[in-house]
Design a protein around this ligand. Structure first.
Ligand code: SF4
Length: 473
């Protein structure tokens, strides 16, 4: 995964992934594999906390999962319950202090906590807590939840967690570990994906189902919006901290964030992307010789587009997988061309051809312009850009790192203006209705509701004032 600061790209980034397991002697080892499968959801830090019912074993560090852990470190993470976390973040800042899971000692014992998502009332709650004596060790939203739990007068941890979750607003898939319990909870709107599986006698939880496949676990079901699941020596029980609701899963998980081999709401992500490509082709057909996708997240949609039109799908763009985080800082000139470090156009495929370039989204527009340029330099005679999501006009406050509204090209330009800006021969986005139809059209899909706020501006929760002003984070 490329370092954004070095390569000056404008992708959106997921902020976190969580994984947990209860009841397996190799809990930490499986958590390591699970986090590895979730690496695309965060590359800045990784951490695992395990317990042998006596005390916590903790290891966290900055970097990729394979950089943070080795055999020796995993061996020391003893016990049959573990939770883990991978993090990418601008909200809350970087660095080891913010690496999760966070660990606390409080009146009811030791507690480790990890979340995937973002709260929209964290600033106000933090201020309230600080004014009444709480001292924060990190700048994460996760610590706000931990302080609310610690402050609760409720007689049990379960009640304290419910009380805390009753006060926070936003998106989260949450895992809490104590020395004898694992607690999983999903926000009342189910904004972030969160699934439960079984591995023999053990129970596993993951931000995405792809982690279950890696460790050989079977998917059981999703954690429902507003549901809290507790596993301890008495078994598994479930309760609600918010009324049952339809849910508003993040539609961008299907467009871009989730791995294509994951299923969300019973819908395979690759299949949903392919259908987006088909709908896009029906809505915005074009005469061309070849279809190519911007790797890797747009490949499925490009295949769908090609199938629907009969125009052959080709690998017109190749990703350089080895541009790592330690890549030497390029000169300004190379920086401007940063996309070349990451992508190459295949001259033999595009030279002399009219090319349809399918991409999943346009954020600032800079990357699209560079890719169009790459294709033209490689000899494409026409470049028609087709985008498998609607224009991103609004920032996300639910755990996706979007730029501020004024940096989103679609918030201030028409489609025709963006087309000119990126130098394409034509440009079309899928309609919002078309995208929703494409996502939920899967056989076996659960037809749940979707968050579409970054496209429509209709946020499914209230947003605290200071965050909403000008779309600033
Ligand atoms: S605003 Fe967009 S990116 Fe954020 S949760 Fe909603 S659909 Fe997902």
């Amino acid at each position: 995964m490329c370092d954004e600061s070095i390569l000056d790209l404008d992708e959106l980034n997921e902020e976190c992934g969580v994984f947990g397991i209860y009841g397996h002697p190799d809990a930490s080892q499986f958590t390591y594999y699970g986090l590895h499968a979730l690496q695309h959801r965060g590359q800045e830090s990784a951490g695992i906390v395990s317990t042998n019912r006596d005390k916590f074993h903790v290891h966290r560090g900055t970097g990729l999962v394979t950089e943070v852990f080795d055999n020796e470190r995993i061996r020391k993470l003893k016990g049959n319950i573990a939770i883990g976390h991978v993090r990418y973040s601008t909200a809350g800042g970087t660095g080891i202090a913010n690496a999760q899971p966070l660990v606390f000692n409080f009146a009811k014992g030791e507690l480790a906590i990890a979340t995937n998502g973002n709260l929209v009332n964290a600033n106000r709650l933090r201020k309230e807590l600080e004014e009444t004596g709480s001292i924060f060790q990190t700048t994460t939203d996760t610590e706000v939840i931990a302080h609310l739990i610690a402050r609760s007068q409720a007689p049990t941890l379960e009640e304290a967690v419910k009380e805390a979750l009753g006060r926070v607003v936003g998106a989260y898939a949450l895992l809490i570990l104590t020395n004898d319990q694992l607690i999983a909870a999903e926000d009342p709107l189910g904004l972030r994906p969160f699934s439960m599986g079984v591995l023999g006698e053990a129970h596993v939880f993951s931000s995405e189902t792809c982690a279950f496949d890696i460790i050989g676990a079977d998917f059981w079901r999703e954690v429902e919006p507003g549901e809290m699941i507790i596993i301890d020596q008495d078994g598994l029980r479930t309760s609600r901290f918010a009324p049952r609701a339809e849910g508003k899963i993040c539609s961008f998980e299907y467009v871009y964030f989730a791995r294509p081999d994951s299923n969300i709401g019973g819908i395979n992500v690759h299949a949903a992307r392919k259908r987006m490509g088909r709908v896009l082709a029906e809505e915005s057909p074009v005469e061309a010789d070849v279809v190519t996708g911007v790797p890797d997240s747009s490949t499925s949609a490009a295949i769908g587009f090609a199938e629907a039109t009969g125009i052959p799908y080709e690998l017109g763009l190749i990703k350089n997988r080895y541009v790592g985080r330690t890549f030497i800082q390029p000169s300004q000139e190379l920086r401007e061309q940063g996309v070349k470090m990451k992508l190459s156009a295949v001259r033999g495929v595009v030279e002399g051809k009219r090319v349809v370039m399918v991409d999943d989204s346009i954020v600032r527009g800079t990357t699209s312009r560079r890719i169009v340029n790459l294709l033209r330099e490689a000899g494409a005679t026409e470049v028609h850009v087709r985008i498998s999501s609607p224009p991103v006009k609004n920032p996300c406050f639910y755990g996706i790192d979007t730029p501020t509204r004024d940096q989103l090209v679609a918030s201030s330009m028409t489609v025709a203006e963006i087309c000119e800006e990126i130098g394409a021969d034509s440009l079309s986005f899928i309609s919002t209705e078309g995208m929703v139809e494409a996502i939920s059209g899967a056989a076996g899909g659960t037809k749940r509701g979707y968050c579409l706020a970054c496209f429509t501006g209709h946020y499914p929760t209230a947003i605290e004032d200071e965050m909403a002003i000008g779309g600033k984070r």
